[in-house]
Design a binder for this molecule. Sequence first.
Ligand code: M6R
Length: 598
Amino acid sequence: MCGIVGYIGKNEKKQLLLNGLKELEYRGYDSAGIAILSHNELQTFRAVGKLSQLENKCKDFSSTDLGVGIGHTRWATHGKPTEANAHPHIADFSNVVHNGIIENYQEIKSTLISKGHTFLSQTDTEVIVHLFEESLKNEYDCLKAFQQTIAQLKGAFAILLITKKAPDSIFYAKNGSPLIIGRSCDDANEIYFASSDAPLIGLADRVVYLEDGDMGVMKLGDFARFKNAKKLDGTKSYAQKEGYRYFMEKEIYEQHKVLLETMMGRVSEGDITLNELSSDFFTDIKQITICACGTSYHAGLSAKYLFERLAKIKTNVVIASEFRYALPVINDDELFIVISQSGETADTLEALKLVKKKGLKTLAICNVDNSSIVRESHASLLTRAGIEKGVASTKAFATQMMLLWILSVYLGKQRGHISSQELKSHIASMVESAKKTRVSSHLHEHIKRLSKRYLHGHGFFFIGRDIFYPLALEGALKLKEISYLHAEGYPSGEMKHGPIALADSELFAVALMPTHLLFDKIKSNVQELSARDATICAISTQHIDGVDDVLMLESCQSYMEEFFTMMVALQIFALEIAIRLGNDVDMPRNLAKSVTVE
Ligand code: M6R
């Protein structure tokens, strides 16, 4: 989704801005642009497509004197991905970049047109820069004009604006979309801006995560006024593919390591502890609502089985975008858990704010510390997957699942539903599950060969039962996202109630057949499909008769081990099909890594 960078200083600004935008590339975008103001010259470059197109456009430009610059990657919402719609947006002497959506832009635009402003794009963003210049007609002070501009906007935004009327300044505002200001490691007077940590790592040593409603202006040296700045840690090593073809592939291969990070300090030989939460955090909780989107929603669906089975807590799972407008009934004794890889998903964040206003206790399961969702929640548990660059989530899902399993065992123990023997067996199984996610070259090769048989046909059904049903949903989502083939996840027992009508030799069914959970039941469902000539790929730890292919997995001692082992197989299955189809696995079309609009 859209990304923002900004810089105030004397270093070469074009390259700094382009480098920053490269760090945001993984979020998905369709056009990009930069604007640099130095010696009262304002230069703007924009291009459709990859950053290389933009680089090409500004290859002869450089700016090494003191000045300011802003940059943006755009993921189209209002108006097609064209150069005219790319940011920065331009008025007579100012430029603006913006993430989010200005809901009342049509009214503002009509008023401005009646006052003689000419618009060049179809975007909502362009009104901001015109509104600012209109305000300046009656207001000499640029900051006051900017404040008047922001006061008229409705919706979500992170905004950076530069103007020839204040050539040493960047004006900023945040409401609903993330925005960070950083102090340069090299020169404490220089300032960086970004919509997430990634572009700032290695460049800034202290940062301020702006809050909704924050706005102001920054000049060289102004960072010192922030008393609440935080240290920014991190290295750039995550940014390399380290020999893998795609970040997604690298991230799949990292899972066995990051799962240990998730467990560290929480899972010991004989116990599970969650030091991040106070011991009475769950005392009055009688039920749980889990709210999330996409892959995180699938983790939530899986957690329902664990919370109800292990901790005996009634659990409801909702899709954030549906929950927000459904006038949900909320009970005081309910815990609201939000799950999010990025911590910035607008739908999830808004649902969280809604229930918080109604007084519910909230807990975030998130991969990004200091993200909006973490900051908004009463408490948080970090999944510790490290930065995930592939748009299709893999290791973030794995760590969410592990953390939710840890949480359900913790609650089961706290409520007296899990004996110390069972606790030990869960712990052993967690350790084993992490090991099982290490990708063997044999498995990868097998899937690679198998993938060539699953490139065509009229669609896929991924089927499973119980907790393997949400895993089937996740397997289908992975395939859809990166291969662009139609795939659905379905509870296998439900196939006969309709979808089986689609079964013929051109229908691909990927059947999740765990030995340790309802094996005979799913076997019958697979036979029903086999009898109707569907092409079936069974994923199991045992041999299966009557199917076309069996993806044999290493034997496991529990269904959760089987869950993690199958998860990896499904990720590689999607990856190899997408690669065979020639798709850009890390940046699938139309998708964004962090969905900051509703
Ligand atoms: O950052 P979040 O976990 O809140 O994101 C939710 C979804 O947008 C995300 O999981 C999406 O479905 C991914 N592309 C899945 O691969």
